[in-house]
Design a protein around this ligand. Structure first.
Ligand SMILES: Cc1cc2nc3c(=O)[nH]c(=O)nc-3n(C[C@H](O)[C@H](O)[C@H](O)COP(=O)(O)OP(=O)(O)OC[C@H]3O[C@@H](n4cnc5c(N)ncnc54)[C@H](O)[C@@H]3O)c2cc1C
Length: 373
């Protein structure tokens, strides 16, 4: 089978890219491990989050904001092509502060974000307790204020992934779940991609979008794609009365009425387990913010692995010796789904990465390493 493009990895990054490629008329195959895979995309929190993104890298703040701006049109097109609503809402988002020290830190953070040259039109601002309470009346007495950004939103991440797969298949994608890809070899004008069971697929271009699997795939090509797992744990409560219309960085109420709580960051290797210590700490913070949650039972908890680069910002990579090979990875695959589908994928269909992504190349880590020594 000779495809225009082979995308390896059917998580949010690969699926958004494959969707975008099919919208360009590119004959695309998506090679994925299917439901047994390690997937950040099925364990995440569902935020489209702008307010905290890009501290120290204004290009990332701009890239994120652009994606958030694309989201309404992207969600509408996706709904039309997939046939269902993915629960996208963009009412703005809050990060709550539980003491004066945290509020002062947040103020400094917002000032830094505003003062970053080249970060675009950043609109995060600080709210005092009264303003916060007018937006979210259910906050408890410990909440002293919050930061607010009008471009933040949320979505049902499972429906988003499903809609991307469905819309792509409805637009001509060839979806090939199966064993992992083990090698990519140049062949003629393109590449031959081989899976563990020996089956091969050929294509003119190859996109590595295998999340944490990109490190090994790149290594097989003699290249570096430095990503590591960072575990996040999430709690979900029983359905409860509606008290929250806009997402909070660490807590959101879903369309169905459950409350998702999650703000942990742990180095646990590839262990997707959970532990009571972290659950208790997260639940405790949630109850300080919203005391009525003390009476709402937690019904589910899970751990999932973020795809983290050394500085936490995305990596979008090509290599001069491997024309037509692209490698993509990021830890904000929900937020960036719109820009991956509508800006990155069309450029890949043309055979290049957009100029504005040059700053996201992995070579930036070489510079950091050499200045550090
Ligand atoms: C707890 C948690 C909360 C998060 N919250 C948010 C949030 O609120 N907002 C946000 O924007 N982002 C959030 N994220 C991040 C987001 O989920 C990830 O950025 C995104 O899911 C990464 O998608 P991916 O496709 O790169 O990787 P994955 O979802 O991990 O998918 C990788 C895919 O590649 C496939 N694969 C791997 N190796 C191979 C191989 N060799 N051959 C074939 N296929 C292969 C796997 O089968 C898998 O399907 C969160 C992540 C976590 C863990």
């Amino acid at each position: 089978m000779d495809f225009d493009t082979i995308v390896i990895g059917g998580g949010l990054v690969g699926a958004a890219t494959a969707y975008g490629l099919t919208q360009q008329g590119s004959d695309t195959a998506l090679l994925d491990e299917g439901d047994i895979a390690f997937r950040a995309s099925v364990g995440n929190f569902g935020l489209i989050w702008v307010q905290s993104k890009g501290d120290g890298m204004p290009d990332y703040a701009r890239w994120t904001r652009r994606s958030a701006d694309l989201w309404p049109g992207f969600a509408a097109r996706l709904a039309a092509l997939s046939g269902f609503d993915i629960g996208f809402r963009q009412p703005g988002g809050l990060q709550l502060c539980l003491d004066e020290e945290k509020l002062a830190e947040r103020q400094l953070f917002l000032e830094r974000m505003h003062n970053q040259k080249g970060a675009g039109d950043y609109q995060g601002r600080l709210l005092d307790r009264a303003e916060t309470k007018s937006l979210v009346p259910a906050i408890g007495p410990r909440v002293v204020g919050a930061s607010f950004c009008p471009h933040d939103g949320h979505v049902n991440p499972l429906l988003l992934l499903r809609a991307l797969h469905l819309a792509s298949c409805n637009s001509g994608l060839t979806y090939l779940p199966g064993p992992p890809v083990v090698s990519i070899r140049p062949r003629g004008e393109g590449y031959l991609v081989r899976r563990r069971d020996g089956t091969e697929t050929s294509g003119h271009r190859v996109v590595l979008a295998a999340g944490l699997g990109n490190a090994d795939l790149a290594e097989g090509l003699g290249q570096r794609f430095p990503v590591r797992p960072q575990r996040g744990q999430i709690l979900v409560t029983q359905r409860t009365r509606r008290f929250l219309d806009l997402p909070i960085a660490t807590l959101r109420q879903t369309e169905e009425g459950t409350v998702m709580i999650g703000d942990s960051k742990e180095d646990a290797g590839f262990d997707t387990g959970t532990n009571v210590h972290t659950s208790r700490a997260m639940a405790g913070r949630a109850v300080l913010a919203f005391p009525h949650l003390a009476d709402v039972p937690v019904v589910r908890t899970w751990g999932a692995l973020r795809v983290m680069s050394p500085d936490g910002f995305p990596i979008y990579q090509t290599w001069p010796d491997l024309p037509g090979v692209f490698a993509l990875g990021c830890h904000s695959g929900v937020t960036l789904a719109a820009i991956h589908a509508e800006v990155l994928a069309p450029a890949i269909a043309e055979g290049f990465l957009p100029d504005e992504t040059v700053v996201f190349r992995a070579e930036r880590f070489n510079v950091q390493n050499s200045t550090a020594t």
